[in-house]
Design a protein around this ligand. Structure first.
Ligand code: H2U
Ligand code: ZN
Length: 350
């Protein structure tokens, strides 16, 4: 038997943020690819769509009309999954049928009045305004006594179940700390207790030395494919400075967050020359009034595409029943993204 190498041999990788494992099978990525890679017809959308419930002036469900806004626009979700006035209740004594009443506030953020744009195509100063809106909403929602966690996210693309191409994101804020950030609370605090530094600060320092998984960087943020990535082109944006939430960012760092968001999503779009679908979101410390010195601000990107504009990864079979698995390595995915043009394909000549 030859010596183990993680470029050639099946292996497991550990995710220190969640405690999960991923199975990596790099030898399978070497199989020949005979599928056709068709370039999809470029989608052209109008700047204003009279049928879009997010466009300025248009009617939403329930008969409310959007204002004739420019730039960003925030409203309370007309179909909020969480409600502010849910009465307390539940049954925690029952081990088999445990329930807890949940409260919260859900909002929708239109990133731009322009229906035809997406984050990678938006001017940087307009993305920076989105960051400012995130900060304002995080502060407002997070300071409410019954809101202990604020989840800011973007679900993009029909393939991800997104109902509308108008550039927008959402915020769901809740009484309880949801499952994924709750796992990261435990792991990041444990790391901090043991090392006196943040887990992601140490991880970022190691990645900046190795360089193989780095995709893009600026003065305040780094975009990389995490060592333990599950989705083929899963990525993380990590702040260079260990801050617990976006309110602790300086003005220059807010610029940096807008810049890295644009850079990464341009590379994504350029990969298959298609508007690249993903679910992305900020992970930050709970707003429960406690200290969270282990928390380190970051953003996750979970895109479903695997091989072309149409071929997505299915999380099925062994993955549903046992452990997620990937073929192309995180290093391979990072190299592919890193080598792409940094200008959006739609604005390249030819
Ligand atoms: P997607 O990001 O999944 O497309 O969802 C858009 C949100 O917009 C969705 O949560 C809300 C839906 O509940 N919505 C309204 O608040 N008002 C409407 O008139 C339609 C959709
Ligand atoms: Zn629209």
């Amino acid at each position: 038997m030859s010596e183990f190498s993680f470029e050639d041999h099946p292996h497991r990788r550990f995710n220190p943020l969640t405690g999960d494992w991923v199975l990596v099978s790099p030898h399978r990525a070497k199989r020949p690819w005979q599928g056709q890679v068709e370039k999809p017809a470029a989608e052209q959308r109008p700047a204003y769509d009279p049928g879009c419930y997010l466009c300025p002036g248009n009617e939403r469900a329930g008969g409310v009309n959007n204002p004739d806004y420019r730039g960003t626009f925030v409203f309370t979700n007309d179909f909020s999954a969480l409600l502010e006035d849910t009465p307390a209740g539940g049954d925690s004594a029952n081990d088999l049928f445990r329930t807890e009443s949940e409260r919260g506030i859900c909002k929708v953020i239109c990133f731009s009045h322009d229906h035809s744009l997406t984050i990678p195509e938006m001017p940087l100063e307009d993305i920076r305004r989105v960051v400012d809106v995130w900060c304002r909403e995080f502060e407002e929602l997070g300071s409410k006594p019954f809101i202990n966690y604020v989840q800011i996210f973007e679900n993009k693309g029909a393939i991800m179940g997104c109902s509308n191409p108008h550039p927008h994101g959402q915020i769901w804020s809740s009484l309880s700390v949801p499952v994924e950030p709750a796992k990261e609370c435990v792991t990041q605090q444990a790391w901090f207790d043991k090392h006196g530094r943040t887990l992601l600060g140490d991880y970022l320092a190691a990645e900046l030395e190795k360089k193989v998984r780095i995709v893009a960087e600026n003065d305040s943020f780094v975009a990389l494919i995490p060592f333990w990535a599950v989705w083929p082109f899963e990525a993380m944006i990590i702040s260079r400075r260990a801050v617990q939430n976006i309110l602790q960012l300086t003005a220059a760092e807010r610029d940096g967050l807008a810049d890295i968001y644009k850079r990464l999503t341009i590379l994504y779009d350029n990969l298959f020359q298609v508007s690249f679908a993903y679910s992305a979101g900020l992970h930050q410390a709970p707003t429960d009034g406690r200290e969270h010195p282990g928390w380190h601000l970051h953003m996750h990107f979970y895109p479903p595409l695997l091989r072309s504009a149409a071929v997505k990864k299915f999380m099925v079979g062994y993955e549903m029943l046992a452990t997620p698995q990937r073929d192309i390595t995180a290093e391979g995915a990072a190299a592919r993204l890193r080598d792409l043009p940094t200008t959006h394909y739609k604005s390249l000549p030819g």
